[in-house]
Design a protein around this ligand. Structure first.
Ligand code: ATP
Length: 594
C-alpha cells in the first residue's frame, strides 16, 4: 500500500551528492564566495602579521614613514576583509535560500501528488515539519556549515602558518598547551549536547500536556480532571526546569573553563617567548613575539566555531535524509490516458477486491451496477467498507483485483485528471480553505464567473445565510471554515459540487445531527445536487434512502443485499435490522409495519 516506504536509508555520500545537486546550479556564486573566504582568511592573518612592524619599526625603531603607512595598511586590510566577508555571507545565503526554495517546491509538489494512503500513514504535523523545520535545518547547515568549515579552517591554517613562520620552536611549545584547551572543551561540548537533547525532550513532553489541556479541555472538565492534569503538568514542567538548569550549568562553565585553559597556554607562551626575546639573540624580536601572540589569540574564535559546527551539519544531514526519504516516495501513478467525449455516468463494479494491509481484504468481490443518473444508497454497519468502495471511484486507491467501469471503460485506462473532473465528492468533513466563500465555491473551477458562483450558491442554500455575513460571498470563512456552522459548511460544499457539475456524485452524508431547520436546507441542496447525476451515497438519513433508486447493503466488504426499500424490508435481512436499529424513528417503523 505504501510504495516507496521500503526505500533503503541512503548513504552519506549519496546524501551529500543530492544536497549538492541543489547547490551546484549556483556554482559561479559559490566560486566567488570561496575566493572571498580565502581573502578573509588572508586579511585576518595579514592584520596579525602587521603587528610585527608596528612594534619593531614604530615603537622600537621610531620609523616615521611607517607611522603613517601602517595605520593606513591596517584600515585597508580591514576594508578588504569587510568587503570579502560581506560578499561571502551574502552569496552563501543567496545560494542557501535559492536551494531551499527549490527543495521546498519539489517537496510540496511531491506532497500534492502522494497517494491517499500516504496521508493516512503520516501525521500532518510530521509532513509540515519536513517542509518547514527540516528545510531550515538543511539551509543552516549549508550556509553556516560551509562558511565555518571553509573560512574558519582557512583562517586557522593561515594563522598557524604565520605562527610557525615567526618562530617554529615557540609554536611547538604553544601547541603543547593545545590539549589543555581542547580536552575540557570537548567534554563540555558533549555534556552540553546531551543536556540540550534532554531539555528538548522535556519541552516536548510539557508541550504535549499543554496541548491536551487545551484540546481536551471539554473532557477534562466533564471528568473533573483539572487537578490530575495540573499535577501531570507540574511534573513535566519540573523535569523541564531541571534539564534546563543542567544545560545552563554546562553553558556557564564553558567560558571560564576555556578561558583558564587559554590563560595557561598564553602564560606558557609569554614565559618561553619572553625568555627567547631576552636571551635568544636577534631572531625573536618583540615585534615577532607580539605578532605571534596575536595570531595565536586570533585562532581561538575560528577554532571555537569549528568545534561547534559539527552538530549543525549533523542536524542538517539528518533533516536532509528525512526530506529525501519523502521525495523518494512514489507519487500517484497516472497510467491511463483515455478521455471520453461525453460521459453518461454509468458505473459498474465487477468482482472488486481491495486491501489496505496485506492479507486483510476490506472489499471482497464487490459487484454493483449503477445506471446513469441513478441514485444508489450504500448502507451497512460501520467498517463494512462503504467509504473504501467509494474511494475507488476517483481512483484514490486502485482495486487489487476486479474492475470498475465508467460507461464501459475501465477506470484504470482513464486519464486521472479527466476521471477526477467527472467526479464530485461531498463528504462528511467539509474541507474549506481560508479564503472567501466565493473562492471556496469556485475551488476546482477557477474560470467560473461570478454569476455561476452565485447561481450555485443560491441552489445550495448558501445565499440564505450569506447576507448575514460581512462582505456576503466575499466574506473570508476563517481557517478551516471555523466561522461557519456545520450546516452552513455543508451547503457550501454542495454549492462547490454543483458548480463543478460532474456527472458522478459521491456523497458521504454527515452523521452528526443538524437542527431540523438546517437539516431541511441541506437536504434541499442535496436534492438539487443529485438531480440528473449518477450518485453513490453513503446514507445515514432516512430521506436519502427513501429517495434512492436502489439500496445496496454492505457487510464485511461485500454487497449482500440489493433492492428497493420495500423489497429489502420484506426480506427481513441485514437491511431490515439496520432499519429497525438505526434509521427509522419509532413512528416511521410503526407506520411501515402497520
Ligand atoms: N487507510 C486505512 N488503512 C487501513 N485500514 C483502513 C483504512 N481505512 C479504512 N480501513 C479499514 O477498512 C475497513 C473498512 O473501512 P471503511 O471506512 O471503508 O468502512 P465504512 O463502511 O465506510 O465505515 P463507516 O461507516 O464507519 O465509515 C475498516 O475495518 C477500517 O478499519
Amino acid at each position: 500500500m505504501t510504495p516507496g516506504s521500503d526505500q533503503p536509508v541512503q548513504s552519506s555520500v549519496g546524501l551529500y551528492g543530492r544536497l549538492l545537486a541543489y547547490v551546484w546550479p549556483h556554482w559561479p556564486r559559490l566560486a566567488v564566495s570561496l575566493v572571498a573566504m580565502i581573502v578573509v582568511a588572508g586579511a585576518t592573518t595579514g592584520v596579525a602579521y602587521l603587528l610585527k612592524p608596528v612594534i619593531d619599526q614604530i615603537f622600537i625603531e621610531e620609523d616615521e614613514t611607517l607611522l603613517l603607512l601602517l595605520p593606513l595598511g591596517i584600515i585597508g586590510m580591514y576594508l578588504v576583509k569587510g568587503v570579502a566577508n560581506y560578499l561571502e555571507t551574502y552569496l552563501l545565503s543567496w545560494i542557501g535560500q535559492r536551494a531551499m526554495r527549490q527543495l521546498r517546491d519539489d517537496l510540496f509538489a511531491r506532497l500534492l501528488h502522494m497517494p491517499l494512503g500516504f496521508f493516512s500513514e503520516h501525521a500532518a504535523g510530521t509532513l509540515i515539519s519536513r517542509l518547514t523545520y527540516d528545510v531550515d535545518q538543511v539551509e543552516r547547515s549549508i550556509t553556516r556549515g560551509l562558511s565555518t568549515l571553509i573560512k574558519d579552517t582557512l583562517t586557522a591554517v593561515f594563522l598557524l602558518g604565520l605562527v610557525f613562520y615567526h618562530d617554529w620552536q615557540l609554536a611547538l611549545v604553544s601547541l603543547i598547551g593545545l590539549p589543555l584547551v581542547i580536552g575540557p572543551l570537548a567534554r563540555l561540548t558533549r555534556k552540553l549536547r546531551k543536556s540540550s537533547r534532554s531539555s528538548q525532550l522535556a519541552r516536548a513532553s510539557m508541550t504535549r500536556v499543554i496541548e491536551e489541556g487545551v484540546v481536551g479541555n471539554r473532557v477534562i472538565k466533564a471528568f473533573n480532571g483539572e487537578d490530575y492534569e495540573h499535577a501531570r503538568f507540574h511534573k513535566e514542567s519540573e523535569t523541564h526546569r531541571k534539564q534546563n538548569m543542567r544545560k545552563a550549568q554546562a553553558t556557564a562553565l564553558s567560558v571560564p573553563v576555556m578561558e583558564i585553559a587559554a590563560a595557561i597556554c598564553i602564560a606558557l607562551v609569554i614565559y618561553y617567548g619572553g625568555y627567547r626575546v631576552m636571551f635568544g639573540g636577534d631572531e625573536t624580536t618583540p615585534g615577532t613575539f607580539f605578532s605571534f601572540l596575536a595570531a595565536l589569540l586570533m585562532m581561538y574564535d575560528p577554532l571555537k566555531r569549528l568545534t561547534k559546527i559539527n552538530p549543525v551539519i549533523q542536524q542538517g544531514l539528518a533533516a536532509g535524509e528525512r526530506i529525501f526519504q519523502m521525495l523518494d516516495f512514489h507519487p500517484e501513478g497516472n497510467e491511463g490516458s483515455r478521455t471520453l467525449d461525453r460521459v453518461r455516468g454509468e458505473l459498474a463494479f465487477e468482482d472488486v477486491w481491495f486491501e489496505y494491509e496485506p492479507g486483510a481484504p476490506v472489499l471482497q468481490g464487490i459487484d454493483l451496477e449503477v445506471p446513469a443518473g441513478h441514485v444508489v444508497a450504500l448502507v451497512g454497519l460501520s467498517g463494512a467498507g462503504k467509504s473504501t468502495m467509494v474511494n475507488l471511484v476517483p481512483r484514490f486507491y486502485r482495486p487489487d483485483r476486479g474492475h470498475i467501469y465508467l460507461d464501459g471503460v475501465d477506470l484504470g485506462d482513464l486519464d486521472l485528471h479527466f476521471l477526477r473532473d467527472q467526479v464530485a465528492i461531498v463528504s462528511q468533513e467539509v474541507v474549506l480553505f481560508n479564503d472567501t466563500l466565493a473562492a471556496n465555491i469556485a475551488y476546482g473551477r477557477p474560470d467560473a464567473t461570478r454569476e455561476e458562483v452565485e447561481e450555485a450558491a443560491r441552489a445550495a442554500g448558501v445565499m440564505e445565510y450569506v447576507d448575514r455575513l460581512e462582505g456576503g460571498l466575499d466574506h473570508v470563512v476563517g481557517e478551516g471554515g471555523a466561522r461557519l456552522s456545520g450546516g452552513q459548511r455543508q451547503r457550501l460544499a454542495i454549492a462547490r459540487a454543483l458548480l463543478g457539475d460532474a456527472p458522478i456524485l459521491i456523497l458521504d452524508e454527515a452523521t452528526s445531527s443538524l437542527d431540523p431547520q438546517s437539516e431541511k436546507l441541506v437536504q434541499r441542496g442535496l436534492e438539487q445536487l443529485m438531480q440528473d447525476r449518477t450518485t453513490l451515497v453513503i446514507a445515514h438519513r432516512l430521506a436519502t434512502i427513501q429517495r434512492a433508486d436502489a439500496i445496496a447493503v454492505m457487510d464485511s466488504g461485500r454487497v449482500v443485499e440489493q433492492g428497493s426499500h420495500a423489497e429489502l424490508l420484506a426480506r427481513g435481512g441485514i437491511y431490515a435490522y439496520l432499519w429497525e436499529t438505526q434509521f427509522a424513528t419509532p413512528a416511521e417503523q410503526s407506520a411501515e409495519t402497520g
